[in-house]
Design a protein around this ligand. Structure first.
Ligand SMILES: Nc1nc2c(ncn2[C@@H]2O[C@H](COP(=O)(O)OP(=O)(O)OP(=O)(O)O)[C@@H](O)[C@H]2O)c(=O)[nH]1
Length: 304
């Protein structure tokens, strides 16, 4: 089954996300791929939707951030897109206020996570703002750092407004924060499109060796249980998990029940909610993990 590639465009307000999206859409048009766009804006009126041609399915999520207030809306819109179109890729432009972990969390609903292939997070940075970042509100400053730390590709934009020395300083800062990501200097968010095609978020996570230096980038993993497991064994498995796993959610069927439970786990805290119907037994993981194969093995053993 073809999975729709998912690209998340992150970056603070006004850093060049829409400018980037326009170029990507042109590139996808040239490649004749079927794509959809989701745009999230905090306000109740869409500002950037003109950037998207009318022949590209576009879902707008207005009036809140996908990572918090309008998660449910995102889930139903994504499900609608997947149902109505045979998509090659989905581009999600987030609000500048979105945290990358929360965006991934919002996108990966256990109902359809197995139909998506998360390809990566592309973060745009306004070079001048980056240099002056310590003058920002501390929370905004922290968010800027998180958006860079968790990116797979970083576009240091608006380089026309900076000197060579300033550009060198920014590149050093950014590579220091996230040495694994590719970072490029750009004006008007221009980038070689082969970088986009080279992004491989999940695949990279599967293939890499586990002993390499801790990877700051996020990766995701979806496991599908074939049947029921013991609750005690499942809880033992949870207790042994490393801190680098931020989030798990999905449906787990225990051998003493008829229907699965909705399972939520964030930063070490598990929560169960009874369901009263059959649900796909998908478990979605989000973390800073370079090799999910050990975890996959442990999950398989729970089913024995
Ligand atoms: N000087 C200069 N301006 C740029 C560059 N890239 C983008 N801009 C301008 O910066 C402004 C913001 O760009 P957008 O692409 O709308 O940024 P955004 O991240 O989508 O903004 P939000 O949707 O508000 O979060 C626009 O007026 C762009 O024309 C650049 O490299 N240099």
């Amino acid at each position: 089954m073809k999975r729709a590639e998912v690209y998340i465009l992150s970056g603070f307000l006004g850093t060049g996300k829409t400018t980037l999206l326009k170029q990507i859409l042109q590139h996808e048009k040239d490649r004749e791929r079927t794509i959809a766009v989701m745009m999230n804006e905090l306000g109740s009126v869409s500002i950037d939707s003109d950037a998207v041609d009318t022949d590209v399915p576009l879902k707008e999520l207005l009036g809140g951030c996908i990572c918090c207030t309008i998660q449910d809306k995102l889930e139903s819109q994504l499900q609608g897109l997947l149902f109505d179109h045979d998509l090659d890729a989905i581009y999600i432009e987030t609000t500048g206020a979105a945290h990358p972990v929360e965006v991934l969390d919002a996108v990966l609903s256990p109902l359809f996570a197995d139909k998506l292939a998360i390809k990566g997070i592309i973060t745009t940075v306004d070079g001048l703002q980056w240099l002056n970042r310590t003058t920002l509100d501390p929370q905004v400053h922290q968010l800027l750092l998180e958006q860079v730390k968790h990116a797979d590709l970083i576009i240091v934009n608006k380089s026309d407004l900076l000197s060579e020395a300033e550009l060198a300083k920014i590149s050093m800062d950014i590579q220091g924060l996230n040495p694994q990501a590719k970072s490029i200097l750009s004006t008007y968010s221009k980038m070689p499109m082969k970088l986009l095609e080279g992004l491989a978020h999940t695949e990279k996570a599967k293939g890499a060796a586990s002993h390499v230096q801790a990877d700051l980038r996020l990766s995701t993993f979806v496991y599908q249980f074939q049947g029921a497991v013991s609750q005690k064994d499942f809880e033992d498995f949870l207790r042994a998990l490393p801190d680098s796993i931020y989030r798990i959610k999905g449906y787990v069927l225990f051998d003493h029940s008829q229907y699965p439970e909705l399972f939520q786990y964030s930063y070490g805290m598990p929560l169960y909610m009874k369901e009263y119907m059959k649900m796909p037994l998908n478990l979605v993981f989000i973390g800073q993990v370079t090799d999910w194969s050990l975890l996959e093995q442990q999950l398989k053993e729970l089913e024995r």
